[in-house]
Every structure is written in C-alpha cells, then in structure tokens.
Write a protein that binds this ligand. Structure first.
Ligand code: NAD
Length: 257
C-alpha cells in the first residue's frame, strides 16, 4: 500500500491529539504489524515478550523494533521484555484505535462485496457504517446486515454519523468524483482501491492499495534475480543493459528493497 498524499506537518495527526508523539511514517506503518503479533501472543497466553520474540513474530529486525517502540516511550524491562497488554494499549492509543471508527465504502461491486463481507475490520477497530453505490440495481441489497444505499445519500449519512474513513472501490473513472463527494461531507481520510491518483485538498490523507503494482514490484525482483543468475561474475558489480541504452550498475539499488 502506498501513501499518495499527506499534508505538511501531519505525521501523527498533529493538532487533533496534542499529546501524540510525532512518529516517522515507517514506524507508523510497522505499528499495526506489532499490534497483530501482540494480539496473537496474548491469545496464546504470553504476558511478556522479548524484543527479539516480538520482532520475529512481526517479521522485522529487533533493533528497528526497539527504536520504533522507544518513540512511544516503551523500552521494556531488562531481562523481562515488554508487557504484552501494556504495549497493546499503548499502540492502540497511538493508532487511535481506542474508538471504533466509522467507514463508508463507496462502490459495492466485486471488490466492494468482498470488503463489505470481511469480518476482520471489526476486530481491528473499524466498523463499516455505510455501503454506497451509484447503480440503482445494487441499492437495497443487504450485505452482512447492512443495506446498500445510493451514493447521493452520502450527505445525509454523514450528518447522522461522522464518517472517519472513506473507502473507494469504484472504477477509476468515477473515483475522483467520489473522493470529492467524500471530502465535501467532511471525510479527511480516504483509502483508494481504484488505480488512479486522486487530487484532494490539504488536510486530507489518501492511501492507495494497488495489487497490480505489488505484483509489478515482485515481477521486477523476479526479473532481477533471473538476470543476476544469467550473468557471469563481474567482481561484485553487475552491469545490466536496459532498453534504450540505459544501464543499471548497482543491483542493490532495487525499488522496494
Ligand atoms: N486495489 C486492488 O488491488 C484492486 C483489485 C481489484 C480491483 N480493484 C479496483 O477496484 C475498483 C472496483 O473493482 P470491481 O472489480 O469491484 O469493479 P465493479 O465494476 O465490480 O464494481 C464497481 C462498483 O462501483 C460502482 N460505481 C460506479 N460509479 C460509481 C459512483 N460514481 N459512485 C458510487 N459507486 C459507483 C458500480 O456501480 C459498481 O457497483 C476498480 O477501480 C478496480 O480497478 C483494485
């Protein structure tokens, strides 16, 4: 997932909750991984965990984990490690998960149906409050106990209950208009599944999920691995010819590594 837009000085949503630490974005991205690992540890009866244990459960290196958690003022206890319940509490507080946030999902087609039927949001602090679509043929359909409403009802829905996050699962050609509608009713966080760049005002955060891009990045690594095994050793520096006469001289400078 990529971050498309973030307004200046907004890391950690400064202003909304003044006591929050100003965290590096990469740390913010890892906190949900720690949280998931901590929940699993708690479920299996662990009350404490070492930084190495938590790092390996979360799939990161332990020095990075210690640095991340030090931003929260969490250093663990020498010889004991971190208190699992306390760390869950701290991370949930920082991520703003102590309140359940209302999500409006716009576009209830193939992907929208899958998202609307996914139970995992509730256990992670989110509640799908509205399902919206422009197709009258979809309006009225019930998914997981929620009835699909027409997207034009968005202002009424947002007036009934503030929408914290808007999820866009429409075709790309409709996504900008939907983003504008969400912004117009006060939504300041958008998760965009449509393969396009959205233009939003300052103060609105957009994150984009594009599985095709993830596959393309993996494709690059596959391609690179194949090219490295095909090349004879060149004393550590491989020179790979690219179309158009370009050359990649440093295979370590791969995107996404
Ligand atoms: N991010 C990913 O990894 C990923 C994966 C699959 C699909 N997608 C993208 O997700 C989007 C949805 O894909 P899909 O397969 O579910 O498409 P779909 O055609 O099945 O569903 C799209 C829905 O959006 C609705 N819609 C169209 N315009 C609208 C508007 N203005 N307001 C509200 N609803 C509107 C349609 O009526 C339809 O129900 C596409 O942009 C697709 O490219 C992304």
């Amino acid at each position: 997932m990529s971050q498309q837009h973030r307004h200046p000085g907004a890391s950690g949503r400064a202003g909304a909750v003044p006591a929050l630490p100003d965290l590096p974005e990469a740390t913010v991205a890892r906190l949900p991984e720690y949280l998931r690992a901590l929940h699993n540890l708690a479920e299996s009866g662990h009350e404490t965990v070492s930084s190495e244990g938590l790092a390996s459960a979360a799939g990161v290196n332990s020095a990075k984990l210690r640095k991340d958690l030090s931003h929260l003022g969490s250093y663990g206890t020498r010889g004991v490690g971190y208190d699992v319940a306390l760390l869950v509490e701290q991370i949930e507080f920082v991520l703003g998960l102590t309140q359940r946030r209302a999500v409006a999902l716009v576009g209830v087609g193939n992907l929208g149906h899958a998202l609307a039927g996914y139970d995992g949001f509730a256990s992670r602090g989110f509640r799908i409050a509205a399902l919206l679509d422009a197709d009258p043929g979809r309006v009225g359909e019930e998914i997981n106990g929620l009835v699909v409403r027409h997207v034009d009802e968005l202002p009424r829905i947002a007036a009934e209950e503030p929408i914290a996050i808007g999820v866009i699962a429409t075709p790309a050609r409709a996504a900008q208009a939907v983003a504008d509608q969400l912004v117009a009713v006060g939504v300041t966080s958008i998760l965009n599944f449509a393969p396009c760049v959205l233009s939003v005002p300052d103060g609105v955060d957009v994150r984009k999920v594009d599985l095709a891009i993830e596959l393309q990045i993996l494709s690059f690594h596959e391609h690179r691995k194949a090219s490295l095994t095909a090349l004879p050793a060149t004393g550590g520096t491989a020179l790979t010819a690219l179309p158009g006469g370009l050359a990649a001289t440093d295979p370590q400078e791969a995107i996404g590594t």
